[in-house]
Design a protein around this ligand. Structure first.
Ligand SMILES: Nc1ncnc2c1ncn2[C@@H]1O[C@H](COP(=O)(O)OP(=O)(O)OP(=O)(O)O)[C@@H](O)[C@H]1O
Length: 280
């Protein structure tokens, strides 16, 4: 069963902007999905439908097979299942201290103080922000705010975590730490959906990739299936992972028949294979 599904989803903003034009999106339990697309493609708008913050103009959103009903009781249940980390952490952080911010969601779930404390501690540790609990969020750097925003959602222990550009604004080490954390959570069974412009990270972590352009999904599949369709990738103002671009150049310009790959590991294997074959 799909844990999140949209059927023929359309959305128009009050000013008339048609941001989504017939989206059929599917996330199965336990998948790690990356949504790619240029600025303004509709990624954030789609995400805001996943926990009922926005209501479709047409079409429907199903959580665990049930259409969202948009009454407050139903929305509480939906938000227990699906947690969203917004693109801009300033939209998410508002409490006087980091600790209070991360505790806000769990407290609203009516959990005991001990349980809230445990979750806050664990979530801050997971994002590498233990020791920052007493700081006001507005004194943190952009990347630190992002981590705290992620901790706030982790502390809710949702079944699905949706992150709008989780690595944007993070330094390279911070970005790989966050991706590694999401990967570990995914291995433990959590469904993870991210939007990103970081095409180098996608083939390493994602099971499934969707490409959006102008409010539509123009391609979906495994990273291999998606990145092999170079025409669609370039049409959506995206690029190949750099390591794949290198293979493309070696094949096209240098006429070396190296098998395509999308991660450093894959390309390394393919290069070694090629070198072994030519030296036999
Ligand atoms: N509140 C709003 N009112 C009107 N139009 C909006 C609003 N928010 C977004 N839009 C428009 O909807 C379209 C989709 O925007 P959205 O933010 O979903 O794109 P995105 O793919 O997340 O882009 P980015 O990669 O830049 O974050 C754009 O044309 C945008 O200008």
């Amino acid at each position: 069963m799909n844990i999140i599904e949209t059927r023929d989803l359309h959305f128009q903003y009050p000013d008339g902007t048609k941001a989504l034009n017939g989206i059929n999106f599917m996330a199965k339990k336990g998948e790690m999905i990356a949504l790619l697309g240029p600025n303004g493609a509709g990624k954030s708008t789609l995400f805001l439908h996943f926990n009922g913050i926005l209501k479709p103009t047409k079409g429907e959103v199903l959580i665990k097979g049930k259409p969202i009903k948009y009454n407050s009781k139903d929305l509480i249940e939906v938000r227990k299942t699906v947690g969203i980390v917004f693109q801009n952490p300033d939209d998410q952080l508002f409490a006087p201290t980091v600790k209070q911010d991360v505790a806000f969601g769990p407290l609203n779930l009516g959990l005991s103080e001990d349980e809230v404390e445990r979750r806050v501690k664990e979530a801050l540790k997971a994002v590498g922000m233990e020791g920052f609990g007493d700081k006001p969020p507005h004194h943190l750097s952009g990347g630190q705010k992002k981590r705290v925003a992620i901790a706030g959602i982790l502390a809710m222990e949702p079944e699905v975590i949706v992150l709008d550009e989780p690595t944007a604004g993070l330094d390279p080490l911070g970005a790989s730490q966050i991706m590694k954390l999401l990967y570990d959570l995914n291995r433990k069974g959590m469904t993870i959906i991210i939007s990103t412009h970081d095409v180098d990270l996608v083939p390493i972590y994602a099971d499934k990739v969707y490409v959006m352009s102008k409010g539509q999904i123009i391609k979906g599949g495994t990273p291999k299936e998606v990145f092999e369709d170079v025409e669609t990738i370039r049409k959506a103002n995206l690029r190949l992972p750099r390591v794949a671009h290198l293979v493309e150049i070696l094949r096209d310009k240098d006429k070396l028949p190296i098998e395509m790959g999308f991660t450093i590991g894959e390309v390394r294997r393919n290069l070694k294979k090629y070198l072994q074959e030519t030296h036999e």
